[in-house]
Design a protein around this ligand. Structure first.
Ligand code: DHB
Ligand code: FE
Length: 282
């Protein structure tokens, strides 16, 4: 059976793409941020995943407000990015793991999740930048399966539902008849608000409580509805739903956090990073 090696959760700010292009890794503003990924590179070298299941939210590149699936799973052989207007140089295309895509789609549908399946899909900065942070050479050593969760247009799926989606994805990965080593990646957040009266809002206390909960009390955030999450984390801070889904995939047994970083601000965002391994019995 496939082996779920762990989860990585990280923020996905467009400014990271420009900083990479300008090679600002040693710049005083960027250094603490980029340095926090060095232990993750070492962990990836040890763990050597074959495939990444990537929870992220599209920001208008692949889905726009006219058609907005709540949950969408990629089933393409290849995923490309495109210009979103942020000035980010394009990254090389990604190879899809279509066998895992269809396995997930079948298992999730059987578990009563109503999905949109995408045999053509463009991936935006929320997908490409975390991949470039994990593999700075941009020579991708993994295949990918995108799992897209709507956080752009209300109504949003609840935190409870996103955690349950992650649990179902984790069960499906563990039941996959394959020798592949699977990494789950969740990108977004943490607290930030890009628009309105509270533009620039960051809630450090909430973010740290949320990160702590992922390790010790993974359903803590499911007590909040979408409006309560916006109140606490900001309009775009609801992207933390990706972290909740990724954590859900690791299962209900205790997990081991092997790396954690929290840094404010990067652009308008509280930049968070966590690496977790499933506990024994997961
Ligand atoms: C920013 C953060 C995001 O999550 C995003 O999608 C776009 C911009 C920012 O902080 O600038
Ligand atoms: Fe975002």
């Amino acid at each position: 059976m496939a082996h779920l090696i762990g989860s990585i959760t990280t923020s996905h700010v467009p400014a990271i793409g420009r900083a990479i292009a300008r090679e600002l890794h040693q710049d005083p503003y960027w250094k603490p941020f980029f340095d926090s990924y060095l232990p993750v590179h070492r962990w990836l070298e040890q763990q050597r995943p074959d495939v990444v299941v990537l929870f992220y939210n599209d920001h208008g590149l692949n889905f726009f407000l006219d058609k907005m699936p709540t949950f969408a799973v990629g089933a393409a052989a290849r995923y490309e990015t495109a210009d979103e207007g942020w000035g980010i140089p394009p990254v090389p295309a990604f190879t899809g793991d279509t066998a895992l895509s269809w396995h997930l789609i079948e298992q999730l549908t059987a578990a009563d999740f109503d999905l949109t399946t995408c045999q053509e899909m463009k991936v935006d900065h929320a997908f490409t930048l975390p991949m470039a942070l994990l593999w700075p050479s941009q020579v991708w050593p993994v295949k990918v399966v995108p799992v897209c969760i709507n956080t752009v247009q209300f109504p949003l799926p609840s935190a409870r539902r996103c955690h349950a989606l992650g649990q179902a994805v984790g069960r499906a990965i563990r039941a996959w008849d394959s020798d592949e080593r699977v990494l789950v990646l969740g990108t977004g957040g943490l607290s930030h608000q890009l628009d309105g009266e509270r533009a620039g809002f960051i809630n450090k206390d909430f973010d740290l409580a949320f990160m702590e909960s992922l390790e010790h009390d993974p359903t803590w955030a499911t007590q909040f509805d979408s409006h309560q999450l916006v109140e606490r984390a900001g309009t775009q801070g609801v992207e933390l739903l990706m972290w909740l889904a990724a954590r859900g995939a690791l299962g209900d047994a205790p997990v081991r956090c092997v790396h954690r970083n929290y840094h404010i601000p990067i652009s308008n965002t509280a930049a968070g990073l966590m690496v977790m391994e499933p506990g024994a019995g997961a």
